[in-house]
Design a protein around this ligand. Structure first.
Ligand code: DLL
Length: 423
């Protein structure tokens, strides 16, 4: 394993080459650097990088094609983030970019102790979304048998696990919750499954504890985004104390959400990423809008790479209800403290007579469907009080029959903000 100094040395070397590349080949960055009077040689190392202006999502969507630092002839793949026409970002990959991507995903799988004897079932969507193909090539690179079940068709998904004894599942946490719910209902043991990689949306430690206590499956959090790569920017090791960033390829910073100043180690802010080796669509100091903190302490596993804390949501997802700022993830954390509540819920915000009203509709876990009215009232009361005490807002909770909340095989939609429609 490398020392911290070696990692920084490699990063500085890559950064130098990256700045030359973008100045010479990316019209977007050439213009940005000229506007700010920056030449590649002005930034000698990572400390100097603070002089470089941030890159935002709005900018890269507006100047998507000018951002490319290679011609279409050198492109081997395009992937894209979701979004309506005119509001999504397309990332390009050269042959080298694809090799680096699969090596990052393969390294993530290895961190979980997996190898070529494992069978990886990829239940992320295949297509423009990076989850499916990202895991697919990462698994193949490690020599695993890869089953591209993609999303949907839950019966077939479970059938494959049973028939072909998949040992690893990769999907969103909400789809994993749904699959385990179905396994329980259908009395499927799925004993071959030993590891699941969950990512593409935020999920808390409460969900991990709940799922791991029911199934003997070790859950690994994997993070990534289309703009930077796809899955494999950072991943947990077996210690599960933060996600190791693949720092040879991505330089992470955490900056104040309002101040945009660099945060101290451990302080929560916005994650900013620089791609150090990406050839086709390089990004410098990209503001991800994801909330986390960073530590450079050596992990108990021995690795020295920086670790980011579990992402606690997107800054854009922040809701202002009656003037109070809350993140959906904070609500979920409180809900899941009651073991009777399932992770199938929806938070509805609306405006009634000029007042914001927030309501939660939630299902009970299957084994608690028979809960009597008194007990239902009790857990509702406890949870409503906790929300009031911790988030300073009143949210009413209603328990709905099992199956009412729409299940998701991709990123789940947990919030309906009707105020936006009425505005
Ligand atoms: O979600 C890439 C991915 C696929 C990551 C599969 C992990 C597994 P996008 O669709 O571009 O790419 O969405 C990126 O999803 O900025 C975060 O807000 C969120 N996100 C991704 N991974 C995590 C995670 C993929 N582990 C956006 N925890 C990011 C929390 C995550 N949020």
């Amino acid at each position: 394993m490398k020392s911290r100094d070696e990692v920084i040395h490699i990063q500085n070397k890559h950064l130098k080459r990256q700045l030359e590349r973008i100045y010479n080949n990316s019209p977007f960055y050439r213009k940005k650097m000229d506007t700010h009077g920056i030449l590649p040689g002005d930034i000698r190392d990572l400390d100097d990088l603070r002089k470089f202006p941030y890159t935002t999502k709005d900018e890269i969507i507006a100047h998507n094609k000018e951002l490319f630092a290679v011609s279409m002839k050198q492109i081997q793949r395009l992937q894209s983030s979701s979004g309506t026409i005119g509001n999504y970002y397309v990332a390009g990959y050269t042959k080298t970019d694809l090799e680096i991507w699969s090596s990052c995903v393969a390294a993530s799988l290895e961190m979980a102790g997996l190898d070529s004897r494992d069978i990886l079932q990829v239940a992320f969507n295949y297509g423009l979304f990076t989850g499916g193909l990202g895991f697919h090539y990462g698994g193949e690179r490690l020599g695993m048998a890869v089953i591209p079940t993609s999303t949907g068709s839950t019966s077939r998904q479970l059938d494959f696990i049973e028939k072909f004894q998949s040992t690893v599942l990769a999907c969103t946490p909400s789809y994993f919750s749904y699959l385990t719910e179905e396994m329980r209902k259908r009395h499927i043991q799925a004993q071959s499954l030993k590891v699941a990689f969950l990512g593409a949306e935020a999920w808390g430690t409460e969900l991990r504890e709940r799922l791991q206590s029911q199934y003997n499956i070790e859950l690994f959090d994997i993070y990534g985004l289309t703009e930077i790569l796809g899955p494999g920017v950072a991943c947990e090791c077996g210690i599960h104390d933060g996600l190791h960033v693949f720092e040879e390829h991505f330089y992470p910073e955490v900056v104040g959400i309002e101040s945009e100043e660099c945060c101290a180690e451990g302080e929560v802010g916005e994650l900013v990423l620089t791609t150090l080796t990406k050839e086709a669509t390089p990004l410098i100091r990209y503001k991800t809008r994801d909330k986390t903190s960073i530590t450079y302490k050596r992990c108990e596993c021995g690795r020295v790479e920086a670790r980011i804390a579990k992402i606690t949501g997107r800054i854009d997802d922040m809701l202002i209800i009656k003037g109070v700022n809350i993140y959906p993830q904070q609500v979920e954390t409180i809900l899941l403290r009651q073991r009777e509540f399932s992770s199938n819920y929806i938070l509805v915000v609306e405006r009634e007579a000029y007042l914001d009203m927030a309501k939660i509709f939630i299902e009970l876990e299957s084994q608690f469907q028979g809960l009597d009215d008194d007990k239902r009232k009790e857990i509702i009361g406890i949870t409503e009080r906790m929300i009031k005490q911790e988030l300073y807002i009143s949210i009413s909770i209603t328990i709905v029959p099992e199956g009412t909340i729409k299940r998701s095989d991709g990123k789940a939609k947990r919030v309906i903000d009707r105020r936006k429609c009425n505005a």
